[in-house]
Ligand binder design. Sequence first.
Ligand code: NAD
Length: 249
Amino acid sequence: MDFTGQTVIITGAASGMGEATARMFAAAGAQVVVVDRNAEGASRVAAEIGAGMPLAGDVSDSAFCDQVVAETLARHGRVDVLVNAAGIILRANALNTTDEGWQRMMNVNVNGVFFMSRAAVAAMKAQGKGAIINFGSIWGDVGAAGVVAYCASKGAVHQITRAMALDHALDGIRINAVCPGEVNTPMLASGRDKAPSAADLQALADTTIPMKRLAQPEEIASVVLFLASDAASYMTGSMVAVDAGYTAR
Ligand SMILES: NC(=O)c1ccc[n+]([C@@H]2O[C@H](COP(=O)([O-])OP(=O)(O)OC[C@H]3O[C@@H](n4cnc5c(N)ncnc54)[C@H](O)[C@@H]3O)[C@@H](O)[C@H]2O)c1
């Protein structure tokens, strides 16, 4: 796939699937704008892929999201693609979820996707073309124990995707979500008392994933590039499961 001349904003680009997506877009010729609250990681990725100065900040701040789009327009004159990969997880049932924990999940996973998307569609509508790819999850469609706030937040991401796809179907803007299963990124260890061992992860795969292995971040990034490309020109409002059959049952 060739993205030469296209400008791609990627949130959460300092780690995991956002980073893999940034590397793949850069290799495909895109001008990548690296966005992450982790300034050090964002600088590392931006330098390694030859992107311009990264934009460090929190996507739950709508003013920051507006600034990301304004800065991208100032640098490159357009926003062709937005990838909303920034996200966090809280591993807790309802009784162990504090008000602050719940609100933080919604602020980042839901508000962050909405604020970035709202800012981007304004620019894309003026261009008459654009694509947004949100990171949903298998857990936006099916429930899982011990992650209630995360499940709720990803369900909301799926509905933001569907509703905005309908609103902008005639504006030349396609909005889809990629819905990964279990992917081998730092998030797998996030919010646990200790990082899972390789044996723990294989046991998880053996018991829950039909293909009996975790995904590598690049296996999700390649689907993001497809959704951003003209090869997906008839797709909008779709939840694209990339889950080795997890939700096929
Ligand atoms: N890893 C999985 O198994 C899995 C499965 C399904 C969906 N997802 C989703 O995929 C996306 C990417 O996850 P990952 O596994 O690559 O995670 P990751 O933890 O490796 O990377 C997430 C990145 O988002 C950044 N980030 C977090 N909060 C932010 C904020 N408020 N503002 C800006 N940046 C912020 C982090 O600094 C980090 O660089 C997330 O939305 C996640 O919920 C992950």
